[in-house]
Design a protein around this ligand. Structure first.
Ligand SMILES: CSC[C@@H](O)[C@@H](O)C(=O)COP(=O)(O)O
Ligand SMILES: [Zn+2]
Length: 216
């Protein structure tokens, strides 16, 4: 299916939902210093053919303008003529869509996601043990334990891409990039948002719990 076959109403629906999510995240101060990028998939999915709306690169994501998003294909190429540049981290979104078939992917930088990515770098994963909010990931086991993977950060973003597949955990809809930020996903924007809220809570918990243990 080509991008032009996707109904205009569907494109408008995605963009308006996307705008609302971006404004919500901005109100939580989740885009410091123009950081962060968001994407939402549109239309049918095949691992080698799909389309998504992504935030334009380098913009202040706390502002709402007619030039906030563009549609790209599975190769990150714009679907329509535009002067906008897709996010510098579009290759990470492409890879996560290809591997998971998710409907939305959100990437933000926060102090706690940066701290835990360094605190647990040696084991390449942040352990979260028995915290109730793990249920936000649809994991209902008593005293569930999860590991949130951490991949290295490189200035050359495409170099991060091959690091993703080997660490992906089907139960855990997110991964950390060392001293950079988190990428989370879900079947749609509202699920991805729920996951992001849960991850940020759990990262703060993991950091504070480690500190508390050391001071006892
Ligand atoms: C301004 S620091 C953050 C960037 O280097 C990058 O990591 C980021 O999250 C935003 O990049 P962008 O190209 O605007 O999507
Ligand atoms: Zn980033």
């Amino acid at each position: 299916m080509s991008f032009s076959h996707i109904a205009l109403e569907e494109k408008q629906r995605i963009l308006s939902e996307f705008s609302a999510v971006k404004a919500d995240f901005a109100s939580r101060h989740w885009f410091p210093g123009t950081s962060g990028n968001l994407s939402m998939r549109i239309g049918p999915f095949e691992p080698n053919e799909f389309f998504f709306a992504v935030t334009a690169s380098g913009k202040d994501k706390t502002k709402s303008t007619p030039e906030d998003f563009l549609f790209v294909d599975q190769d990150g190429k714009p679907c329509e003529t535009t002067a906008l540049k897709p996010s510098a981290e579009t290759s990470l979104h492409r890879e996560i869509y290809r591997l998971t078939g998710a409907g939305a992917i959100f990437h933000i930088h926060s102090v706690f996601n940066n701290l835990v990515s360094e605190l647990y770098w040696e084991r390449r994963a942040v352990p979260i043990e028995g915290v109730e909010l793990i249920k936000a990931f649809n994991i209902w086991d008593e005293d569930a334990v999860i590991d949130v993977p951490i991949v290295p950060n490189y200035a050359d973003v495409p170099k991060i891409v091959p690091e993703i597949e080997p660490v992906l955990n089907a139960r855990v809809p997110g991964l950390l990039i060392r001293k950079h930020g988190v990428c989370v996903w879900g079947k749609d924007a509202s699920e991805a948002k729920k996951h992001l809220e849960a991850f940020e809570f759990l990262f703060e918990y993991a950091y504070r719990w480690q500190l508390l243990k050391q001071s006892r």
